[in-house]
Design a protein around this ligand. Structure first.
Ligand SMILES: [Zn+2]
Length: 477
């Protein structure tokens, strides 16, 4: 007969009111099969397991010593205490991260199994409970001790399950996110809360603010590097992709997206508002963004304006010594940079000084919010396919083929409908005021305005016999 596995919930168990007493044992791994779970991570997961099962933790013992190739009993003083506590009847269940955590060697495993059986102690690891007095369980636990590969797979499943539970509760999971630190009870070492980190939280806020203002990823990365601010991984040099990752973080917005696509509010303080987060995601996932990096930020229309003949973006060149925009693909067109810039700026100022402009551009379109929500739900749905290890490669491709176009369409709508705070702050009923504000913007901000206005600048071929700077040869709309 199998014994009851949970304490308080199990009716008919002798002393049902009292939860099972759990003894947690953590140990760093010597071998590659350990997959690098630190003792702190093991402890956190083991504590979560006890909380899930309603067990009361009586002791947490940790052997943090990493020996050379093999370990002897002498390497693990706490393990000896574990066996002593079991022998003294001091616990009902022994909680381990995985079976190799207690013993790699089968002789020791047999001793542990006997000890647990003798003292009616259950063994819990990898999300499962084994009763050494039960022949089936004993057989299973024994084969686990032999079959490390299958055990690793179980551990992975168990981690996924635990992560899902924590996410649904708005609790942090996994690594501590950049911008935060975690507080633990000094005595019990129980997790208490996740709070903004005094040094890194301001960096997260700064990155969000600067990206929203239209600064390029690489410009922000260079500046952070120059100021000697360490990267999230502690390196000296920031890469644009790292800045992007910080900007896209839903953790920093105090949000958790579940696998079902539902978004839950996390139990920690956000560093970025939800609205700003949505805006950043729409911007940073815009495929057009890739075309305007590096040198392109020095010139208003490089990579933004397009060739009227072949549709390729223009690049900034010197045409017989004079700064020009030219087709980046062939020799289709070339036009004076200053002239095209001036023409474009005049149109922007005219648009933003229309009487209804301030209102039109300040409004946050509800359709944008809906589209962003839809895109997020679709992405989360796609993620469940990636997470499903039983799904065949063909099945995954089919899911991608169906979902990716829908995701792209929703994100496009979100991006188009979103109004930049930058454009809103620029608009005024007086063209002179708009111009004053415009000249104060940085070049990345100006380019951001063009993108937000969805302004397409098309440089056409000039007609034969017409003077070179014919306004009809540039189409702006
Ligand atoms: Zn061209």
């Amino acid at each position: 007969m199998k014994r009851a596995l949970t304490g308080p919930a199990e009716p008919g168990r002798p002393g049902a009111a009292a939860p099972l007493r759990a003894l947690i044992y953590n140990r760093v791994s010597h071998d590659a099969a350990g997959k690098g779970y630190s003792v702190a991570e093991q402890e956190r997961e083991n504590r979560a397991e006890c909380a899930d099962r309603g067990w009361e933790i009586t002791a947490v013992l940790t052997d943090n010593h990493v020996g050379a190739s093999r370990f002897s009993r002498g390497d693990r003083p706490e393990w000896r205490r574990v066996t002593e506590i079991i022998a003294a009847g001091g616990c009902d269940v022994l909680v381990l991260w995985e079976s190799s955590r207690c013993t790699r060697d089968l002789r020791e495993y047999a001793e542990l199994a006997d000890l647990c059986d003798q003292h009616n102690v259950l063994l819990s690891y990898s999300g499962r409970i084994y009763d050494m007095g039960d022949p089936d369980d004993r057989h299973r636990a024994g084969s686990d001790a032999l079959d490390s590969e299958r055990e690793t797979a179980r551990t992975r499943k168990r981690v996924t399950r635990s992560v899902r539970r924590r996410k649904a509760e708005g609790l942090p999971h996994g690594k501590i996110p950049y911008g935060y630190r975690r507080e633990y009870d000094p005595v019990t070492r129980e997790y208490l809360r996740q709070v903004p980190h005094e040094e890194t939280a301001p960096i997260v806020r700064e990155i969000a603010r600067r990206l929203l203002a239209g600064e390029a990823l690489h410009a922000v990365a260079e500046d952070l590097t120059r100021r000697g601010i360490p990267t999230p991984r502690g390196a000296a040099s920031w890469q644009p992709t790292q800045v992007r990752r910080v900007g896209l973080s839903d953790t920093a917005a105090g949000l958790i997206t579940l696998d079902t696509g539902t978004r839950v509010t996390a139990q920690w303080e956000p560093l970025i508002s939800e609205a700003d987060h949505d805006l950043l995601v729409a911007r940073l996932t815009d495929p057009a963004r890739r075309t305007w990096r590096d040198g392109s930020t020095k010139h208003l229309l490089a990579g933004l304006a397009v060739c009227g003949v072949c549709g390729a973006p223009v690049r900034r060149v010197k045409n017989r010594g004079s700064p020009s925009y030219a087709c980046s693909r062939g020799h289709c067109v070339s036009r004076s940079q200053a002239w095209v810039d001036d023409l474009t700026e005049r149109i922007i100022i005219e648009r933003l000084s229309r009487t209804d402009a301030a209102e039109a551009f300040a409004a946050d379109d509800p359709a944008a919010v809906d589209a962003a929500t839809e895109a997020r739900a679709l992405r989360a749905r796609l993620q469940t396919f990636y997470d499903n290890l039983d799904l065949s490669a063909a099945g995954l491709v089919a899911a991608e083929r169906k979902l990716l176009p829908q995701i792209q369409a929703a994100e496009d709508r979100a991006r188009r409908a979103h109004r930049s705070p930058l454009v809103g702050s620029l608009a005024a009923p007086d063209p002179a005021v708009v111009e004053q504000r415009w000249v104060r913007l940085t070049m990345p901000q100006r380019r951001e305005v063009i993108r937000t206005l969805d302004l397409v600048v098309r440089i056409h071929r000039t007609r034969r016999g017409v003077r070179k700077l014919d306004p009809a040869s540039v189409e702006i709309g």
